[in-house]
Design a binder for this molecule. Structure first.
Ligand code: NAP
Length: 307
């Protein structure tokens, strides 16, 4: 029987683990299908306080894990397939093995959203990607396209200009959701071409099963055109990882956990932390703060229950 199981090993889960471990709760962290969370697939993080020169995302999250382990947190690989939260102790099915815990912190984050193009899934890893930092290296002197109008898309487009001959940024509207600094930086980058009011209708491959082009549609003029590209980077936001909790934890229409104040969910003893609940701020620092809150709530809850 565990005092607390933390599901997810991004900023939220790792920070919860640091706090829970320092409170002598011997937390178990289930790393999940994307260990390290979104920071593990970013490059330089410039806005995490305490690092005036910026910090490498994977290093930051790995250091958080080391810090938690130093205080006694235990990490295991695996994902929660099923959860029975109908009574306490809660029961979790982790890759086929059931385990019991008095409390639970859900810090499962959110995963990349895809465009649902006819050929998209088939070409993932063959020219279609959701992670510029992971795959940008493969596109030296190539034609690259990034889809999206948020900070991620603009950040990825700028990053990819280090590799590609040209980066076309395709966005479905005539204005960006991204922050002004990122918009200005993109406009000033001579390698970035902004393709506004445009959607990608499909991605095409050549005989080798590798991306060769896309079909674009201008939604104002209705014009449809084919364009050659070697890489298509999809950066259109994320979907919260709440599947094992459907029907038990309260979710909003997009699948995000609904908070019942602080770090509390609708089930006593189950707490939330990070992007799985937060679709507004979604920052490394806010996820870390949320992990701290969840661990403090667990500590107080267990103490009140006499554990
Ligand atoms: P986001 O802000 O939700 O933006 C998603 C973008 O994708 C939007 O421009 C949206 O278009 C577009 N989109 C969504 N579905 C689409 C579809 N089916 N077809 C075409 N386009 C589609 O997501 P994000 O850029 O990943 O950012 C998430 C959060 O992280 C934000 O709060 C952001 O500020 C933050 N972030 C911060 C940093 C940083 O501070 N360094 C870096 C990256 C991200 P519409 O605009 O038309 O809806």
């Amino acid at each position: 029987m565990r005092n607390v199981v933390i599901i997810g090993s991004g900023c939220a889960g790792n920070t919860a683990a640091v706090y829970a471990a320092r409170a002598n709760l011997s937390p178990l962290v289930v790393a999940g299908h994307e260990p390290g969370g979104q920071l593990s697939i970013t490059s330089l993080v410039e806005n995490f306080p305490g690092f005036p020169e910026g910090v490498n995302g994977p290093d930051l999250v790995e250091n958080m894990k080391k810090q938690a382990e130093h205080f006694g947190a235990e990490y295991m690989n695996g994902s929660v397939m099923e959860a029975d939260l109908s009574k306490r102790p809660f029961r979790l099915n982790i890759d086929g093995e059931w385990m019991e815990t008095r409390t639970l912190i859900v810090a499962t984050g959110a995963s990349a959203r895809w465009l649902n193009l006819p050929n998209e899934q088939r070409l993932i890893g063959r020219g279609v990607s959701s992670c510029a930092t992971c795959d940008g290296f493969f596109y030296r002197e190539k034609e690259i396209m990034v889809v999206g109008g948020g900070d991620t898309a603009l950040e990825e487009a700028n990053f990819l200009t280090r590799f590609g001959r040209r980066v076309a940024l395709v966005h479905r509207r005539d204005s960006f959701r991204a922050s002004k600094i990122m918009v200005d930086r993109s406009k000033a980058n001579p390698k970035i071409e902004l393709v506004m009011n445009t959607v990608v209708q499909d991605v095409h491959d050549n005989e080798q099963g590798v991306v060769a082009g896309v079909t674009l549609k201008n939604i104002v003029t209705g014009e449809v055109a084919r364009r050659d590209v070697d890489g298509l980077f999809v950066a259109i936001g994320h979907v919260p990882n709440t599947k094992p909790f459907i029907g038990q934890l309260e979710l909003d229409s997009e699948g995000y956990l609904i908070s019942h104040g602080g770090a509390r969910t609708n089930i006593t003893g189950v707490f939330h932390a990070g992007d799985v609940q937060d679709k507004v701020y979604r920052q490394a620092i806010t996820a870390a703060g949320a992990g701290c809150m969840a661990a403090i709530e667990v500590e107080r809850f267990l103490e009140a229950e006499g554990h």
